[in-house]
Design a protein around this ligand. Structure first.
Ligand code: ADP
Ligand code: TYD
Length: 197
């Protein structure tokens, strides 16, 4: 049966690199990402990742991420799985739990309620690429992509995110694999493959 595999982790941890390598190793897999992954969700992505860090309230941001995810699910993820293709997504709902939930603790209940109401789907397998935030931040900003709205929140924020991801993985070990991302790309990928292939 087709599998829904997600990569999670802080900004610059190497998720996209590993997701791409896994997609190359699973030839019929669909490689996608969040925010984005469908035409409508990519439009919403631009509203989220560009511009002033204070552009949106946390609540508005949560609604935008959820709207993008719903479109991604309808247009990309569900059709691919239904046709028997594995889906590899660079981020999914766990990113919302951590970024929008863990950093504004009082929002977590709303994050969970919206997920149940509008998404209702968990991945079959989630790979957390765990990283020292100082190293990850320097990698992420070095890309100079212009999509640095979240990186711009700084190091203590990234540390909080790392703790949030590890907490989620510890709460729900069944679908989670924690992989040490602070190693050469090929070593990280060996663990990714061992978890998936
Ligand atoms: P993410 O998607 O988590 O933000 P990327 O895969 O885009 O991370 O990687 C961020 C930067 O770090 C890229 O320039 C990438 O080439 C580099 N990179 C990725 N994995 C490693 C690694 N294991 N060691 C050193 N550099 C890496
Ligand atoms: P992404 O393109 O994966 O950034 P990076 O390659 O730097 O890891 O995601 C863009 C930003 O959006 C990233 O900082 C994480 C954030 N984000 C959320 O805050 N909530 C979400 O639900 C998702 C999917 C992403």
């Amino acid at each position: 049966m087709a599998r829904f595999i997600t990569f999670e982790g802080i900004d610059g941890s190497g998720k996209s690199t590993q997701a791409r390598m896994l997609a190359d190793a699973l030839p019929s897999a669909v490689l996608t990402r969040e925010p984005g992954g469908s035409i409508g969700a990519e439009d919403i992505r631009r509203l989220l990742v560009e511009g002033d860090p204070d552009r949106w309230s946390a609540e508005t941001e949560l609604l935008l991420f959820t709207a993008a995810r719903r479109d991604h699910l309808e247009q990309t993820i569900e059709p691919a799985l239904a046709s028997g293709r594995d889906v590899i997504s660079d981020r999914f709902a766990d990113s919302t739990r951590v970024y929008q939930g863990a950093t504004r603790g009082d929002l977590r209940a709303k994050v969970d309620a919206l997920h149940t109401l509008m998404i209702g789907r968990e991945p079959d397998l989630t790979l957390l690429i765990d990283m020292d935030p100082a190293v990850a931040l320097s990698r992420g900003l070095a890309r100079g992509s212009g999509e640095d709205r979240f990186e711009d929140f700084g190091l203590p924020f990234q540390q909080k995110l790392r703790d949030g991801f590890l907490e989620l993985a510890n709460e729900g070990p069944a679908r989670w694999h924690v992989i040490d991302g602070n190693r050469p790309i090929e070593d990280v990928f060996a663990d990714v493959k061992a978890a998936c292939l």
